[in-house]
Ligand binder design. Structure first.
Ligand SMILES: *Cc1c(COP(=O)(O)O)cnc(C)c1O
Length: 398
């Protein structure tokens, strides 16, 4: 059994704070400052350019990728880390289109995170070859998988409501129709068990600053099934993915048969130092234990809110098998209520038009946190604290 009191002690948390936003930005691992200081003082300062060899910087894209791979059911050598999730979505979809040259449809859904859709819009414009992006309601995606579709691009867990797609079933249907699938694991990786290899996934990508706790702007990752990588033509053909990066050839040749070809340019090695510290916290975590605790905490939270907070209604599915690891409630005045919660150190976030979102992250959240958070929410609603003018002001980031 995973010892969650041990993982909880691995994170820094301000006194009295109940942090229900690990789905947007995870907390700082206590070991991170020493790790980054070690990188500065004992790698950069002393090794300088030699660090690419002596400290293994050049291949950290892959060594960190393998550590993430163990947490999402990926084969060894099938994930590299770097860049941003937006860029990784672009790379993956572009690769699918090149692998299915006779097809012109990219299928997503209208609940997808906007940047994923924006990246595809940009790609479609760039290719200027009659591609169409279809965005039906999430529940209609299955029916729209046809022989016309080149690429199904979905975020497994909806960033607003927590609704979860059936990954295996979608992959099976897509493959039966000759389509490829790109999964965005932004709200899955580190949130629930993912079995990329077992489910027969083609492509996947995700970020490391949410449930993985890699720090603000931590690098993204991309997965390509080993059976496909040899045929993938990188659309973003950077020197870091070249077959012989130090030959400085004027022509691009991708690293043969290897995930390395999905690398683009020089990664942020300082961010990698922090990500290493973050991944250390996952070493002894069993994803099934994590899921069981996440479900128990979510059910407790929903039950208490429904019993004590009139007018606050659950968004997204009630069935735990169809949910990820955050709980969303709808409330007409969700924005000021969330500001009042944050003022009392219960940190969640707000997503337009009326969703209050709470990340359930068993690594550092327990039953007491959930019960105290509901006490505070109940008080804010009873006393109408949220009506204070200062809670109506919107910042740049909600
Ligand atoms: C958080 C998130 C992103 C963010 O992309 P960045 O390039 O890291 O800013 C993209 N897609 C989904 C589904 C997300 O939840």
């Amino acid at each position: 059994m995973t010892d969650f009191s041990k993982t909880r002690a691995m994170f820094e948390m301000p006194e009295g704070m109940i942090y229900l936003n690990g789905n947007s930005l995870g907390p700082m691992p206590k070991s991170a400052p020493a790790k980054i200081a070690d990188f500065m003082n004992n790698e950069w300062a002393t090794e300088l350019i030699r660090g690419w060899n002596t400290k293994g910087w050049f291949m950290q894209t892959n060594t960190l990728g393998d550590r993430i791979g163990k947490l999402v059911g990926a084969e060894p050598d099938s994930i590299v880390v770097g860049d941003t999730l937006s860029i990784k979505v672009f790379q993956a979809v572009a690769a699918c289109l090149a692998l299915r040259p006779d097809r012109k449809v990219i299928l997503s859904d209208n609940g997808n995170f906007p940047t994923d859709l924006y990246m595809v819009e940009g790609l479609v414009k760039l290719k200027d070859a009659g591609y169409a992006l279809r965005t039906p309601d999430p529940q209609d995606v299955m029916d729209q998988i046809t022989d016309e579709v080149a690429c199904v691009m979905l975020t497994e867990v909806d960033y607003r409501t927590g609704r979860k797609h059936d990954m295996k079933a979608i992959i099976e249907k897509a493959h039966a129709h000759g389509a490829l699938v790109v999964w965005d694991l932004a709200h899955s990786a580190g949130a629930l068990p993912v079995d990329l290899s077992g489910d027969g996934a083609d492509f996947a990508c995700g970020c490391t600053y949410k449930f993985f706790n890699g720090g603000p702007g931590a690098p993204a990752f991309i997965y390509v099934a080993p059976r496909l990588i040899g045929d993938v033509e990188p659309a973003l053909s950077g020197w870091y993915g070249h077959a012989a990066p130090f030959a400085f050839d004027v022509n691009y040749r991708p690293m043969p048969e290897k995930i390395d070809r999905m690398r683009i340019g020089t990664p942020s090695i300082a961010s990698f130092a922090i990500l290493e510290a973050a991944l250390d916290a996952w070493e002894d975590v069993d994803m099934n234990d994590l899921r069981a605790k996440s479900i128990a905490l979510q059910e407790l939270f929903i039950k208490e809110v429904e019993a004590r907070c009139p007018g606050v209604t659950l968004a997204g599915p009630r069935d735990m098998n169809a949910r990820g690891s955050h709980v969303a409630f709808e409330f007409e005045n969700g924005f000021p209520v969330m500001q009042a919660l944050i003022d009392q150190k219960v940190i969640g976030d707000f997503r337009a038009p009326n969703i209050m979102r709470f990340g359930i992250t068993p690594l550092f959240i327990d039953e007491d946190d959930i019960l105290r958070a509901v006490d505070i929410l109940e008080g804010i609603l009873k006393n109408e604290t949220w009506k204070e003018p200062r809670f109506q002001v919107r910042g740049a980031v909600t």
